[in-house]
Write a protein that binds this ligand. Structure first.
Ligand code: MG
Length: 387
């Protein structure tokens, strides 16, 4: 029996993780659940899965939770409690949204756990701090991102340990998001509602907006670099609107290995929980009896500028990815709250990156500072414009 802690239990990744565990009760057991503010759902999950402990992020919800949760379940509170729970399971699912997930990533790896990482931002912003923790005895980092789950499998076709041997390039696929094919004039007019309508994946709002700008793919390029140790020159992006091929590895002899399934996050979640085994419940299997076509095209890098902004932050290294990620989170927030238009997301991030101070990523403080400075650049730009 594998014990699992789900942090960010009430979000999109968290609830799909629970679906996987519900389907495989003989294999997995929930030991801990944590949510930031969705108290009612967290209590319902605790009643169903009976973990040893749960945590709620917002202190004002503690009394409510304590009153409703079954006796015998320990109730913790605050961000530090997340890190505490991340040390108590065989597998830690980090499904927290954004930079706030950093503490859990560091805690899980430094305590020698398997980290099933859906919180790509923590790896992207803090790569230089996360990397050495991966060699902690017992620690293991398995991505819960469909593209990187695909690459994790593709790379193992050439090397049992998943080293990038004989690799020509990694090819990350991108759906292109809801605005694929639109020109700049059309993109000036798009609404929040349109940005939140993803053509193939149902996800939380932050990542859905990131998909519309291609920043999600940019972040995933940095994520692939950090996870697999592959140079940016060897990471390519191709638009594939059907989201069936989740990514590919091309080797030096010309072979390309791809991983295919219907878009269903429960598959990469289950893969990360069970690896090197595979679960017996099928999620996202393709019906090969029906006619379908798969399409590939190069991304429109001029219109969707976030992709190249991410490459340049990745190549700059140090705290540049943290700075950019902070700026992106602030810009997406401003867009979702109606303060800036969609094209201003990329413009805000570019402006923030121009102000990056070149600092090294040698401590948690340096990373946190870069994240904050990135956000401040976006806020200052907004204030200057009188909004
Ligand atoms: Mg992805």
């Amino acid at each position: 029996m594998t014990t699992v802690a789900v942090l960010g239990a009430t979000g999109s990744i968290g609830s799909q993780t629970l679906e996987v565990i519900r389907a495989e009760p003989d294999r997995f057991q929930i030991s801990a659940l944590a949510a930031w503010s969705s108290a009612e759902l967290l209590v319902a999950q605790a009643k169903e899965f009976r973990p040893e402990a749960i945590a709620i992020g917002r202190p004002e919800l503690l009394d409510q939770i304590k009153n409703e949760v079954p006796a015998g379940i320990e109730v913790l509170v605050g961000a530090a409690a997340y890190e505490e729970l991340a040390m108590r399971a065989d597998v830690v699912v980090n499904g927290i949204v954004g930079f706030a997930g950093l503490g859990v990533t560091l805690a899980a790896l430094s305590s020698g756990r398997r980290l099933a990482l859906a919180n790509k931002e923590s790896l992207i912003a803090a790569g230089p701090l996360v990397q050495p923790l991966r060699s902690t005895p017992g620690a293991e980092l398995i991505p819960v991102d469909s593209e990187h789950c695909a690459l994790h499998q593709c790379l193992r076709s050439s090397d049992p340990e998943g080293q990038a041997r004989h690799l020509h390039q990694l090819v990350l696929t991108a759906s292109g998001g809801p605005f694929r094919g639109l020109n700049s004039a059309e993109l000036d007019q798009v609404t929040v509602e349109e940005a939140l309508t993803h053509p193939t994946w149902a996800m939380g709002p932050k990542i859905t907006v990131d998909s519309s700008t291609l920043m999600n793919k940019g972040l995933e390029v940095i994520e692939a670099h950090e996870l697999f140790g592959v140079d940016y020159k060897k990471i390519e992006v191709v638009v594939h609107p059907q989201s069936i091929v989740h990514s590919m590895a091309t080797f030096t002899d010309g072979t390309t290995i791809a991983q295919l399934s219907e878009p269903d996050m429960r598959l990469p979640i289950a893969y990360a929980l069970a690896y090197p085994e595979r679960i017996s419940t099928s999620f996202g299997s393709i019906d090969w009896g029906k006619t379908q076509s798969l399409q590939f095209e190069p991304p429109d890098r001029k219109t969707f500028r976030c992709l190249d902004l991410a490459y340049s932050a990745g190549n700059a290294g140090g705290t540049a990815p943290a700075w950019m990620n902070g700026a992106n989170e602030a810009a997406v927030d401003a867009f979702l709250n109606g303060h800036i238009s969609w094209p201003e997301i990329a413009a805000s991030i570019e402006n923030a990156l121009e102000q990056h101070d070149g600092a090294n990523a040698d401590s948690v403080e340096a990373i946190v500072r870069a994240d904050r400075r990135g956000r401040e650049c976006v806020a200052t730009r907004l204030t200057k414009r009188g909004r």
